[in-house]
Design a protein around this ligand. Structure first.
Ligand code: ZN
Length: 184
């Protein structure tokens, strides 16, 4: 399956504490685990680890029921569900494709956009866990509602509270050159 990839200058704004929480859970556990990302005022400021998620057929399988229960509570507090994060085996930094029936990472992203009509974009982070002895790494992607067949690489902008500390590509030195063409 071919996946169209491109790069967007629209960053994903994330608080440092969220990155720390991801590193301390998904970033430590055996692949594939995951969680969801919540935002307030356009900044991802909360991460919820998917305790009930499973890894079946070599892919992360979210606990939709459990997560939706938690989401209901969080949305009442003013948080918005804007994305997800899960780990991949090292070497597979890109989201998987759209395999139909809401499966595959790209398929799940499209399903989330369909279910959350309030979102104009959905962000997906892929993590390499330290579980295998290698470094923690994050690769960040965004799919826009008006252009859903393309997965954009999007740089992470790390926010601490109200202050923008710096905008970097996380672990830029570890990233392979940005893929501008088509990934097979
Ligand atoms: Zn995946």
């Amino acid at each position: 399956m071919k996946k169209a990839m491109a790069h967007t200058n629209e960053t994903i704004k994330i608080e440092q504490s969220v990155l720390d929480s991801i590193q301390n859970t998904i970033g430590k556990f055996k692949v594939e685990t995951g969680g969801i990302l919540l935002s307030k005022n356009g900044v991802i400021c909360k991460f919820i680890f998917d305790e009930g998620g499973t890894c079946s057929h070599g892919a992360y399988d979210p606990d939709y029921k459990g997560l939706n229960l938690i989401l209901k509570e969080e949305e009442a507090k003013g948080f918005t569900y804007v994305g997800s994060v899960h780990s991949h085996p090292r070497g597979i930094q890109y989201p998987s494709g759209d395999w139909g029936n809401n499966t595959g990472d790209h398929g799940a992203i499209k399903a989330n956009l369909a279910c959350n009509q309030n979102l104009d974009r959905y962000s997906a982070l892929i993590v390499y866990s330290e579980f295998d002895g290698g470094p923690f790494e994050i690769f960040s992607y965004t799919v826009f509602r008006n252009n859903q067949d393309i997965i954009f690489e999007a740089e992470i902008e790390i926010i601490n509270g109200e202050i923008v500390l710096f905008a970097i590509r996380v672990k830029a030195n570890l990233l392979q050159p940005a893929l501008k063409g088509v990934l097979i």
